[in-house]
Every structure is written in structure tokens, then in C-alpha cells.
Design a protein around this ligand. Structure first.
Ligand SMILES: Cc1ncc(COP(=O)(O)O)c(C=O)c1O
Length: 414
């Protein structure tokens, strides 16, 4: 089977449903011929995709291994036990729940395990990179809990630790959340632990973004500090789309019951098997090399964009992601995203700390999986700036992107 087995899948699909087969192949073509700079995306391995597309998808398995509500779970039970054991070993956690369907489901379950509706929660404010589940009025979190937002320093872009401490003392939250969709620096988990202890709050680390770097030893781990760690298994970790929760033994039962039966039904066994595969991959020396290369690439990309005149939040990055303001090149974030998309550079807009400005968020997880290194990142920075300045004509940029992507196929031999 080739890395993506997508063409084979497409053959089966084409016979039955040509319309969908074209979509599958079209998306594969899009991913292979453009640059995936969305910080939350990556290319899962063929083994992960194989598990996802396996007959395990047919199995209903409400409950936990050894205690299911459905018959015939002997084999999928083993898959879940392997996933749990691998997650515990990979992250040094006493307990792992691998059933959360997504990062948001993991956060919902963490709140359900620790909080009551109406409780106060302190989290990074949405304008500064908090996730929807950190108190957005459009999300269950903002409706069911009383969120107080801390921010980042407008000048440095760094988390305002003094403000965190002050707000914690005055609001006495039941939980403090640390974690972000766009914070490019390491989070000081020891600091958050200290503040949480001072005010008697739980500490929830939403490590959806950095967890893959943690697995590869390229970022500090929240596990020794947080009561509960929520994470996604996609992003840098390179597994299937899904969620995961890590905690100590004392909270294990509460967390498990918060996932099932409180917020979810049957476990998705194909996804859990794919998570197990990804945890196995993440435990290899090759993944450690990968995780460090992701960060090295992000640093070169940040430095390259800064040299081209874009404003890089916090002056750089410790992680796989960076946020930039393209305004000095004469375009706002939204316009920039459109221009870059037309050139085949796919990325997101994001809020920036200095006022009401839309910037760009970029990540290097996917390009690094393709095998690109620092040299290519320097080239991407130059090309991106050339497009935004209007120096590189759109069609020419698209050709350059196609050529670069063509040299680093995400699924070689497909
Ligand atoms: C910090 C954080 N929490 C939660 C999530 C939600 O993950 P999902 O999209 O899988 O629900 C994300 C996704 O980007 C995230 O960055």
C-alpha cells in the first residue's frame, strides 16, 4: 500500500460513487501541490490512515475496555488498551483517556469532570488566542461558565503573568486554563501551577497545539503541573483528528465518566486504533528529530518574515507556530490570506495582541513532515513577502509553490 492508499480507495469509490471519488483525489491533489501552512494541520502517515479506514469503524463500543455495553468488543478492547498504554508512556501520565472525539470534546469533558455550571474559570481571552472552548459566548463554555480572560502584553505579546495572578486573586476561579490557538512561546506551566495552588483552583492545560512537540521532547510538558491536560491527536502529533485527556490517577474515574457517559456515546474504535498508531510513531527517535526540526523551521520562517518587514509577534517562536502582522507590507491579514491562497500558500488569519488587528498564523508541522528544512523555509518567507508586496505575480508564485511542493511529496509514490 502506498503512503496514502487514497488512489486505491478512490478506485473502489470511483466504481460506486465517481462524484465522491473525484473529491477525494481532488483534495489529495490540492494538499500535494500547495503549501499547508495552517498551524493545526499535518500529514498523517499511511499507517494512521489505514487504521482510520479500517473495519474497526464498524464496531460499536460504548464504555471502556472490559466494561462495554456492546458485545464483540474483545478485539477493539485490545486496541484501546494499547492506545492508553502508549499515551501514558509517551507523556509520563498516570491516566489517559483516548476516547474524546476532538480537542473541543476533551475540553468539554475536563470541565464536566471538575466544574459545575456557573463556576468561574480564568483563561486566555479570545482576542489574545484563547480557543472557543475558553469562554466564547458562541460556545457551551461561555454559556455555562463564568469566564474571566487574561491577556498578553500589548508590546511584547507575552502572557501577562502579573495580570493572571491579580485576576486569580480577585476572582478566585474554580479552574485556570492555560493554552492557546496562537501563542508562539512555551507556556510557563510551573507559574500557572503556583497561581492555581495559591487560589485553590484546578489547573487545566489545553495543550492541543504543543502536545506533539511535547511528545518529541521539543517543548516542556504540562503533565507534571496540570490537574488535567487536554489535547488533540492531530496537529504536530500527526495522528488522526481526535482528542485525548491526561490526568493523575485520582481524577481518572471522574475524567472517564465525564467523557462517557456524560458527554459522549460510543467510542470511535478506528480513530482510537489510529491514535495508538500515532503514539507508537511519536515514541520513535525519528519523531524526536521531526519535532525539533518543526521548531527549527518555524524559527527560520519567523526570522525570514521579520527580515522581509512583517511584524512577528513576540519577536519569534519557541514552537511550530508563529503569528505575524503583514501591515508594513501594505496589506491587512484578510487580504494577505486571500493573496497567499491564490498563490497556493494556505494559512489562517488570527487576532493579534496589539489592538484590533487581523494578522496571519503560520505553522511548520506539515511542511516538515514533507521533508522541508531551513533552506526551504527561508525560500517560503521570501516568496510570501514577494506576493504580499505585489512583486511576485500571482501565477508565477503559484508555479514556484507547485515546484517546491512537487519536490517534497507528502505521500511519495502515491
Ligand atoms: C487550544 C485548542 N483547544 C481546543 C481545540 C479544539 O480542537 P478540535 O478542533 O479538535 O475540537 C483547538 C483546535 O485548534 C485548540 O487549538
Amino acid at each position: 500500500m502506498s503512503v496514502t492508499h487514497a488512489p486505491e480507495t478512490a478506485d473502489v469509490l470511483r466504481r460506486q460513487d465517481p462524484e465522491l471519488a473525484e473529491i477525494l483525489l481532488g483534495e489529495l491533489e490540492r494538499q500535494s501541490t500547495s503549501l499547508q501552512l495552517i498551524a493545526a494541520e499535518n500529514f498523517s502517515s499511511p499507517a494512521v490512515l489505514a487504521a482510520l479506514g479500517s473495519p474497526l469503524a464498524n464496531k460499536y463500543a460504548e464504555g471502556y475496555p472490559g466494561a462495554r455495553h456492546h458485545g464483540g468488543c474483545e478485539i477493539v478492547d485490545v486496541a484501546e488498551r494499547i492506545a492508553v498504554d502508549r499515551a501514558k508512556a509517551l507523556f509520563g501520565a498516570e491516566h489517559a483517556n483516548v476516547q474524546a472525539h476532538s480537542g473541543s470534546s476533551a475540553v468539554l469533558a475536563a470541565y464536566a469532570a471538575l466544574l459545575r455550571p456557573g463556576d468561574t474559570v480564568l483563561a486566555l481571552g479570545l482576542p489574545y488566542g484563547g480557543h472557543l472552548t475558553h469562554g466564547s459566548p458562541a460556545n457551551f463554555s461561555g454559556r455555562w461558565f463564568d469566564f474571566v480572560g487574561y491577556g498578553v502584553d500589548a508590546e511584547t505579546g507575552l502572557i501577562d503573568h502579573e495580570q493572571v495572578r491579580t485576576l486569580a486573586r480577585s476572582h478566585r476561579p474554580k479552574a485556570i486554563v492555560c493554552g492557546s490557538i496562537a501563542y508562539p512561546r512555551h507556556i510557563d506551566y510551573a507559574f500557572f501551577r503556583e497561581v492555581a495552588d495559591e487560589v485553590g483552583a484546578y489547573l487545566i492545560a489545553d495543550a492541543a497545539h504543543p502536545i506533539g512537540l511535547v511528545a518529541g521532547g521539543a517543548a516542556p510538558s504540562p503533565v507534571p503541573y496540570a490537574d488535567v491536560v487536554c489535547a488533540t491527536t492531530h496537529k504536530v502529533l500527526r495522528g488522526p483528528r481526535g482528542g485525548m485527556i491526561l490526568c493523575g490517577s485520582e481524577l481518572a474515574e471522574r475524567v472517564d465518566r465525564a467523557v462517557f457517559p456524560f458527554t459522549q456515546g460510543g467510542a470511535q474504535m478506528h480513530t482510537i486504533a489510529a491514535k495508538a498508531v500515532a503514539f507508537g510513531e511519536a515514541a520513535t527517535p525519528a519523531f524526536t528529530v521531526y519535532a525539533h526540526q518543526v521548531v527549527a523551521n518555524a524559527r527560520v520562517l519567523a526570522a525570514g518574515l521579520a527580515a522581509e518587514g512583517l511584524v512577528v509577534t513576540t519577536g519569534g517562536t519557541d514552537t511550530h507556530l508563529l503569528t505575524v502582522d503583514p501591515a508594513p507590507l501594505g496589506v491587512d491579514g484578510r487580504t494577505a490570506r486571500g493573496l497567499l491562497a491564490a498563490a497556493g500558500m494556505v494559512l489562517d488569519c488570527c487576532a493579534l495582541p496589539h489592538g484590533d488587528v487581523r494578522g496571519l498564523r503560520l505553522g511548520t508541522a506539515a511542511l516538515t513532515t514533507q521533508g522541508m528544512g531551513e533552506e526551504e523555509m527561508a525560500g517560503v518567507a521570501a516568496l510570501l513577502a514577494g506576493v504580499l508586496r505585489g512583486e511576485t505575480e500571482g501565477q508565477k508564485a503559484r508555479e514556484e509553490v507547485r515546484e517546491l511542493a512537487g519536490r517534497f511529496p507528502p505521500y511519495p509514490g502515491q
